[in-house]
Write a protein that binds this ligand. Sequence first.
Ligand SMILES: Cc1cc2nc3c(=O)[nH]c(=O)nc-3n(C[C@H](O)[C@H](O)[C@H](O)COP(=O)(O)O)c2cc1C
Length: 191
Amino acid sequence: MRKKLVIGVALVCVFLLAICQSTGRQVGPQNDLGRVLILYYTWSEHGNTENAARIIQGLTNAQMVKVEPATPFPELNTNEFIAWGRGQRENRSWPEIKDLGVDPASYDFIFIGTPVWYGDVSFPIETLLLNTDFGGRPVACFAMANSNERDVLSLFNSKVRNGQVREGIAFRMQDETEVESKITQWVRGLY
Ligand SMILES: Cc1cc2nc3c(=O)[nH]c(=O)nc-3n(C[C@H](O)[C@H](O)[C@H](O)COP(=O)(O)O)c2cc1C
């Protein structure tokens, strides 16, 4: 009798576990983050930030919007562009950006992606953060560096206006081989 009871309880547990796994929290188009928006900028020919944004979109079914300067940046090679940008940064000469076409505050969760520029966010994202009131929504940064992300995440966090800052993630692309799995793990941790 006791043995039957134990087997019965075990079967019920297995059954409940199976139900939890099939209906429980999952990273996928039906996610727990609600309506998700990804705002991102990407500059290099590799499109590192855009690639990361696409991975997050695949996990969350988010709407993806590229933040673009209203006037295109000068067409320079990377070294020239870095030298040009240094002057812009010293003067805090941030570019105007095109209208986003969406209101970030109307989403339940906002991801913001940026390449790391001079250890900080890229200029279009700087402008975005200056211009945007996030309406108290959760905001999380993903940042793509080459070799040193420095303080990009804390700088980003300090610039978010009226948003609940969530833990961000930064990658050093020069030694990064597991972007997809790390992003997946990170997004799961945000639920
Ligand atoms: C203007 C400029 C400044 C940069 N500053 C840094 C930096 O401070 N640290 C770093 O590791 N990489 C720096 N990089 C490299 C980019 O952050 C890196 O290549 C990034 O992955 C590019 O992302 P993207 O492909 O989305 O543009 C800089 C690149 C540019 C163009």
